[in-house]
Design a protein around this ligand. Structure first.
Ligand code: ARG
Length: 380
């Protein structure tokens, strides 16, 4: 009897301790999630964590190997519907490719497809995450921070971009007009806090060539794309959080979809550190976008150039100053992989209702990108 009482006290004290320890109160969602986990023998994690190699430690590996359980059990919480799912098994995204090296030796390499996220975390998601923070590194492993050397010779964060190839970055032209490649370096690795990126030299590369879109217009920002070529390719390995983002497919049909934009721009500072933030946005057709932009100070005669595309128009959900060059990322139809839809270019204010943000369309500049890569014999 007394032992029984003692046991309950132990449970009670322990729960209290855990609650205090984690510094937050468990919400009802968390309890629901625990139940979902128990019933389904799975773990509630961010959707993307279920499909990465790095997540293997965390998610119980079930027999059955490569094939993923197709029924998706959603957990509570997360910012977007279905963002947290109950994951039963992971499948490996790595493909072994065998080819001949320059000495004609056969060698096998592990290859990771573009657009696949990389998770590196081993905690279950609690539902009261900071609003809109990219919770962990590896969610957008292609986003890079670009640094510029200032007059004092110090490297300072300049803007962001995305890896479309291990040694090529796509970013916004309006940051790179008549600039010198030697003044720039970039860091990859899926880090979310800028300060942590600065410490990480392993994943830093020098920019050796800047190729601006030949039809860029500095006043109107038409064709706002630039390619940065790096001194050395980033390594995409099983243990780091680097990957490339896919190019938009030619036969694209994604009307009415929602996509994501992430960046270190305005509104991303928490306690003095800049943290990568993400937001989900609806794509907006060019005709609707032009129509909506005409109702702003741009006026009734404003014409939205063909090299742009739009997303957003929902209150408080937008990219903003400092996010220029970041990618607008959409899912390849029917896949769990992201492609580069647009480069953050400009907007009228940030996050006003019915005023979408304007992006340089990657679809429109795709042939230019492929031509430039071709000239350097770089294949995607
Ligand atoms: N021009 C800004 C920059 O380069 C981006 C502004 C994006 N604005 C927006 N409302 N989506 O940082």
């Amino acid at each position: 009897m007394s032992l029984y009482r003692f046991w309950w006290r132990f449970v009670f004290v322990n729960c209290l301790w855990v609650t205090v320890q984690s510094g937050r109160r468990f919400k009802r969602e968390d309890i629901v999630n625990v139940a979902i986990e128990l019933f389904n023998n799975c773990k509630c994690v961010y959707d993307y964590q279920c499909s990465t190699v790095n997540g293997e430690n965390m998610i119980d590996q079930r027999s059955g190997g490569e094939s993923r359980n197709s029924t998706k059990i959603t957990c509570k919480g997360g910012r977007f519907d279905g963002e947290i799912i109950c994951c039963k098994q992971t499948y490996t995204n790595w493909t072994e490719i065998t080819n001949l090296d320059y000495k004609n030796n056969t060698k096998t390499e592990m290859f990771l497809k573009c657009g696949i996220q990389r998770a590196k975390i081993n905690v279950r998601v609690l539902t009261d995450e900071e609003d809109g923070n990219v919770p962990f590194n590896g969610e957008f492993p292609w986003i890079v921070a670009i640094y510029k050397k200032n007059i004092a010779g110090r490297w300072v964060f300049y803007c962001s971009g995305a890896l479309i190839h291990p040694k090529v970055i796509l970013t916004a032209n309006h940051y790179f007009r008549s600039k010198n490649a030697a003044d720039f370096k970039v860091t990859a690795g899926g880090y979310i806090e800028l300060s942590r990126i600065e410490d990480n030299l392993n994943s830093t590369r020098q920019v050796v060539e800047i190729v601006n879109h030949p039809k860029f217009d500095k006043d109107s920002l038409y064709n706002d794309g630039t390619l940065l070529f790096l001194n050395e390719a980033f390594q995409i390995t099983k243990t780091n959080s680097i990957n490339t983002i896919c190019m938009p497919p030619d036969d694209l049909n994604i009307n009415n979809s929602r996509c994501l934009v992430a960046g270190w721009g305005k509104g991303s500072t928490i306690d003095g550190t800049r943290v990568l933030k993400k937001v989900d946005l609806p794509l907006v057709s060019n005709s609707k976008c032009q129509e909506q932009l005409r109702r702003t100070r741009l006026g009734r005669r404003f014409i939205l150039h063909d090299s742009f595309m739009c997303a957003g128009g929902e209150k408080g959900k937008d990219a903003c100053r400092g996010d220029g060059g970041s990618p607008l990322m959409c899912l390849l139809p029917g896949e769990r992989r992201y492609f580069h839809m647009g480069i953050v270019s400009w907007g009228i204010g940030c996050g006003s209702e019915n005023v979408p943000g304007v992006y340089a369309s990657v679809i429109k500049m795709k042939s230019w990108i492929l031509d430039e890569l071709n000239k350097k014999e770089i294949k995607l």
